[in-house]
Design a protein. Structure first.
Length: 195
């Protein structure tokens, strides 16, 4: 990205939503092998929201923490995640953002686990999936309605999602890039002596 203010290139909600949907589908592909293994082992437990949330966390931890803030969905939509100050994400900040992106899905999954109810009131336990859904919706609303286009996840992770400039096409030269004096063509031809 050129050395300009990253706030001038903030990504819109449509591009971000499409990139998020692409990443959701890509991380959900990991459920197919897990389901097949459960089927082969005749397990009564089939992968669900909890396993999806863990796959989603691993997917984003890899791409945000180790691939400089560009997931496959963001690459397709020509977006990148930067720190709030416009620098590339470090591994710790990328991992923190991955945790925050997965947290709503983990909250939604918490409703499927009665064991989590131990030690908390029924009202709180039953409200966890609602809190996860509210977080996802709040992220969408904040991206669309605020001038700085930062979601709750962006604010907590201190990140920005920006549009990348379009790639420059390779331009071939208009004339050949060689001459008769180039070494690869050998010694230049000599004129025959005049008679």
């Amino acid at each position: 990205m050129p050395a300009t203010d990253p706030h001038a290139h903030l990504a819109g909600s449509q591009a971000r939503t499409l990139a998020y949907a692409f990443d959701l589908c890509a991380s959900a592909l990991g459920l197919f092998p897990a389901s097949y293994v459960a089927y082969l082992n005749e397990s009564p437990h089939t992968p669900g929201v909890t396993e999806f949330a863990v796959l989603f966390l691993a997917y984003h931890a890899y791409f945000l923490g180790l691939r400089e803030g560009v997931t496959p969905g963001k690459r397709v939509m020509n977006l990148a995640v930067l720190s709030r100050h416009g620098q590339a994400l470090g591994p710790v900040q990328g991992l923190w953002r991955a945790v925050l992106l997965s947290l709503p899905w983990l909250l939604i999954a918490a409703g499927d686990h009665p064991a989590l109810q131990q030690g908390m009131s029924l009202t709180i336990w039953a409200g966890l999936p609602t809190a996860g859904t509210a977080w996802l919706l709040l992220d969408l609303v904040l991206i669309d309605s605020l001038r700085d286009r930062r979601s709750l996840t962006d604010r907590l992770a201190a990140t920005l999602v920006v549009r990348l400039p379009p790639p420059e096409p390779h331009r071939a030269p208009a004339i050949p890039m060689y001459s008769a004096r180039d070494a690869e063509f050998g010694d230049p031809p000599r004129r025959p002596p005049e008679r």
